[in-house]
Design a protein around this ligand. Sequence first.
Ligand code: UDP
Ligand code: MG
Length: 308
Amino acid sequence: MCGKLVTVILPAYNEEDNIQRASQTIAAVLEQENINYELLFVNDGSKDGTWEKILAESSKNSRVRGVSFSKNFGKESAIFAGLSEARGDCCAVMDTDLQHPPEKLVEMYRLWQQGAEVVEGVKASRGKESAAHSFAAKCFYRLISRAVGIDMSRASDFKLLDRKAVNVLLTMREKHVFFRALSSWIGFKTAEVEFEVADRAAGTTKWSTWSLVKYAVRNIASFTSLPLQIITFLGILVLIVSVVLGSIALYQKAVHTALDGFTTVIVVLLFIGSIIMISLGCIGYYIAKIYDEIKGRPRYIISEKCGK
Ligand code: UDP
Ligand code: MG
């Protein structure tokens, strides 16, 4: 097997039941097509036997490598660690639970050979999810799409990037990276491959509703300052309403028809109060992000490596 090398990056957090299956399935698909590859597992501080399984795979197949984090740093950090450790002429990123179909890797690789520099895996459908989840996801992706300038509603982390694109991503020093959006934002010659999200091979998803909300808020804040513009707009809106209501109140006072208006005072006070609190929270969040960034701590800490 010779020719250009593709590194397949596989972030893994508590995936002990999927490592062997992922490694063997992906290796088989690529070997069949005579593609020169390396598999790079990134153990994101798993609490189960994931790292032992990666060590076992790497001793069986010399094309399997692994890096292990000192603790859980999150999928985004794991992807970037993979990009930084990869030796390939191009890098593919996919989930270890095989929800991203390995056969599509071949299609992506061929598109890259034909000159595409960023090959995006696009979800054919969003799969099964509740109405509330689907609505929240729609709002989130609309905001992110606006910030990136590209429709992100069917975007995924399943991608294949040329070395040129990988090197550009690696120059980005921000601590909170959002791979899915950043890899579209950088531009380059782009191609798309549609795929159906498969069911998880084994284990369960790491995402609770709360962790998804935190993920959305963090990524919105790291990609766009639109929320700050929204609160400014809200402030202007409240100002207009208060000028109208204030004029009416003054007029009523002048012609001596002013009512006691206790309820109105309470309602207006609470309304303005909550808008101020929300705005402060929003600004505070951005300040906290700046604080996080200037501390300049590493995105991840590698404790062990394996493979040649
Ligand atoms: N993952 C990770 N670190 C985390 C959470 C998840 O590396 O903190 C990996 C996980 O092992 C899997 C991929 O990211 O390979 C996608 O995670 P998951 O299947 O839980 O998410 P879902 O597919 O449900 O969106
Ligand atoms: Mg999954």
